[in-house]
Ligand binder design. Structure first.
Ligand SMILES: Cc1cc2nc3c(=O)[nH]c(=O)nc-3n(C[C@H](O)[C@H](O)[C@H](O)COP(=O)(O)OP(=O)(O)OC[C@H]3O[C@@H](n4cnc5c(N)ncnc54)[C@H](O)[C@@H]3O)c2cc1C
Length: 388
């Protein structure tokens, strides 16, 4: 079949595109063309098993699947079983390592006192001047957690993440800062979490192998668009502003650069993700991937480990887009593109790039399962019944 024979085309083989393609093929029993401009499946959740070390490297930084949504969990378990990995995040700051998000253990280590939850709240509140209306992110953060925790855990990390001092950033970037008045050190509160037991790539391949899906990697939408039939329904998971040629201007993102190193040691940092709070350290995080699969230990080249140092950077068209910038300018720009999109009923913009949203993988799956039902399955049933 050539592109002109397909009445469904999914652009982007990230998790969103994979779910849409799988649903169209398995539920509607319709052939679907799934394309991606990259050489690999999985979008930003993709991972590669390194030949030399046997370590699964997450190509775009650490990705941990976690959800409390039963439907999503059951769905992904059709394509993979998950290991029992539980995520913890640590932060290296001012010569010490603490658990994040800030919890009773962190506060005890900072204050040197074994507080009860109420005492810890009082200690934290003692530096807060609640009468001040925050004019910037620094004042907002201090109003939420006080100056001591702010300067250790937020100030340097935020400055590196945004490339600007928190005192120069708007206060509405944060509404709250996660603080736990318990000794719980697990990062996620989700009921289910883990890493696919045989790796993300194996999971994505199983999804793409659903009968009816024709996969074309290394293929941009612009290469097939003109060949698609007029009534083809396009599920577009790329950037909405790029699709419209940035005609109102570009939506802003933060980007990241990863510096990869194979280090000749068995264990580099003893954990998967270590944040760095000090501004003197140029990166924000180090990822060490072998810890995501403790059950693979026997198959690793024991004397080596792979790390990524993560550096935030400004985004410009052509770079990888990681985090949307949620401010007024981008919000109103997005609305303009969304109005324009409404005039194209045969194109459905979705996924994190189409919706200009930060979504975890479970949210991307949930939105795609819902979007398939509400925008495609119903429409298909309706058009099929009209043709009868
Ligand atoms: C730094 C970082 C860490 C994260 N960590 C986690 C985590 O630990 N746990 C978690 O649950 N989630 C995490 N996420 C979120 C996760 O990455 C997203 O939920 C997921 O990538 C969403 O998938 P998607 O398919 O919507 O988008 P993407 O994965 O971005 O896929 C979009 C695909 O579309 C393709 N494409 C775009 N335009 C075109 C075009 N014109 N033609 C052809 N192809 C095109 C792209 O090449 C890409 O493959 C993280 C995100 C970031 C930024």
């Amino acid at each position: 079949m050539s592109p002109s024979d397909y009445h469904f085309c999914v652009v982007g083989a990230g998790l969103t595109g994979l779910v849409y393609a799988e649903r169209i093929a398995s539920q509607l029993k319709q052939p679907v063309l799934l394309i991606d401009k990259r050489k690999k499946l999985g979008g930003n959740s993709s991972a590669t098993i390194d030949r030399e070390t046997g370590i699964e490297v997450h190509d775009y930084g650490s990705h941990i699947f976690h959800t409390s949504n039963e439907t999503v969990w059951n769905y992904v378990n059709r394509f993979a079983s998950f290991n029992s990995y539980r995520h913890h995040v640590l932060i290296h700051t001012n010569g010490h390592v603490y658990f994040m998000p800030i919890n009773l253990k962190t506060i005890q280590e900072v204050s040197g006192k074994a507080f009860t939850p109420d005492e810890a709240r009082d200690w934290m509140a003692s530096g807060i001047h609640s009468a001040v209306v925050p004019r910037n992110l620094e004042e907002k953060a201090i109003s939420l957690i006080g100056p001591v925790l702010y300067s250790l855990f937020i100030k340097g990390y935020t400055a590196k993440q945004w490339g600007r001092q928190p005192s120069e950033l708007p206060p509405d970037i944060i509404t709250r800062l996660p603080i736990r008045m318990t000794y719980e050190t697990e990062y996620f509160n989700s009921r289910y979490q883990g890493i696919p037991s045989d790796g993300y790539d194996a999971m994505f391949k199983r999804m793409a192998e659903t009968p009816g899906i024709k996969l074309l990697l290394n293929t941009a939408f612009s290469e097939v668009a003109a060949q698609l039939p007029q009534d083809c329904l396009v599920v577009y998971t790329g950037m909405i502003d790029e699709f419209f040629g940035y005609r109102f201007g570009a939506l802003e993102w933060r980007s990241l650069r990863f510096e990869r190193e194979t280090v000749p040691v068995r264990d580099y940092q003893g954990t998967t993700v270590m944040n760095y709070g000090d501004e003197t350290v140029p990166y924000t995080r180090i990822h060490e991937f072998k810890h995501y699969h403790p059950e693979w230990e026997q198959s690793f080249n024991a004397d080596k480990t792979i790390i990524f140092r993560e550096y935030p950077m400004d985004w410009k068209p052509g770079l990888e887009a990681f985090y949307p910038v949620n401010d007024e300018r981008n919000h109103s720009l997005l609305q303009k593109y969304q109005h324009l999109a409404e005039t194209n009923p045969n194109i459905l913009f979705c996924g994190r790039l189409g919706a200009y949203k930060y979504w975890d993988m479970d949210k991307a799956v949930a939105m795609s399962l819902e979007g398939f039902e509400s925008s495609i399955a119903r429409r298909h049933t309706w058009t099929t019944s009209l043709q009868l």
